[in-house]
Write a protein that binds this ligand. Sequence first.
Ligand SMILES: [Zn+2]
Length: 114
Amino acid sequence: MLTGGRCTRCGFTGFPRAAVCLECGSESMESADIGSGGELFAESTVHMSNGRFPAGYSVGYVLFPSGIRVFGQIRAAGDHPPSMGSPMRVEIATLYEDDGKPIESFRFYPADAA
Ligand SMILES: [Zn+2]
């Protein structure tokens, strides 16, 4: 489950949670669960290492049922990237290490993968 932010004045909900509402400028924001998955909206395979991730990693946008699109890394499952519209889930994982310290964040994986 990802937690974003919802404006208590106008109801705008986004991810990540912002200090100020992007719609009306209100500073009255509260935490809001935005869901645990959605449909793959866009995907790209990165063929150069960025120093943290080896070449061949995937990133993309997942469209949540609420209409929020979230960008993140996509965990490979099988030889081919998931197709557009595939159901995707969120997981928390160690994405890389920084001076030996594990850096955890969310990423997506195909819902039909283990
Ligand atoms: Zn607002």
